[in-house]
Design a binder for this molecule. Sequence first.
Ligand code: FES
Length: 112
Amino acid sequence: MSAPATRWVDVGAFADLKFGPGAPVRIDGHWVALFQLDGELLAIDNNCPHASAPLCDGTVLAGKVVCFLHCWEFDLRTGACDIGEQWNVRRYAVRRDGERVLLEWPGPPKTA
Ligand code: FES
């Protein structure tokens, strides 16, 4: 039997997330930004692929986050970049389990 390709990672209690507008969380040394959009919880890579500004500090407008450094836009539901698909950021499935927030992370479970 092969290991699962993804795993659900507990990224913390919803009440502890600091949305401003995105809430950064760190998984396996990688930063992900969580956003709330129309009552939905969404997650994309936090690093802007242009010059690494944190997308969690951008501005949310019409379902996109606008990077604060040079205004590239990323669709919060798909990760698509308005400049071109080679600049798309990865999106992640995310859900709540009661008060906890779980994010689907690529890769098999970590072993101790
Ligand atoms: S760093 Fe995000 S658009 Fe330049």
